[in-house]
Design a protein around this ligand. Sequence first.
Ligand code: FES
Length: 208
Amino acid sequence: MREDQKVATGRAPEPSGQAEQETTLSRMGWIGLGLSLAAAYGTFAAFLGRFLYPAGPPSRDWMFVVPVNHLAAGQSLRYQTPGGALVNITRRGEEATADAFVALSSTCPHLGCQVHWEGHRNRYFCPCHNGVFSPDGQATEGPPAKAGQALEKYPLKADGGLLYIEVPTAELALGEGKIITSPNDPPGPGHDPCLFTCSLRPFSQSSS
Ligand code: FES
């Protein structure tokens, strides 16, 4: 509309096509900004919620291992949980209670070789680098002792003459655990069998 027409009609001029486009783009920009802010606040709220109300540890449950009298005092077996964790379960006393047993990871915290129980020496031994652990799993000699390491401990329960180990509840759906070595199986090599080959084979492989 020309200036003389505007004066004649007294109405504001119609917005041009370019002005309309700019207005639409500006609106879209504000909407985008609003959505971005909402998303940012949502993420922040989620982080804040997790910080204020952290998720608890995953639930755990009991899994049957063996009858209590399967092991005599001083004997040990290696057990694999359904999730694949390898555990030495050793009987330390005559009582038919969980306190008479101890369950310790058989995976050495140094470089992951398999640790076995040596009843005649009352200790756990790792043949890869001569690591030695006390009956309660604390490293006493070798590289794990220098690093102040210990074998991971698993809770046990004795009920009705049966021994149970605590595992994550999700593992119960994977099936049964299994016994890898029994009390009378040979304990495996007494000195370093893999100084040059340990890195070439899986650590979960039993050395016995
Ligand atoms: S892996 Fe056990 S002492 Fe090195």
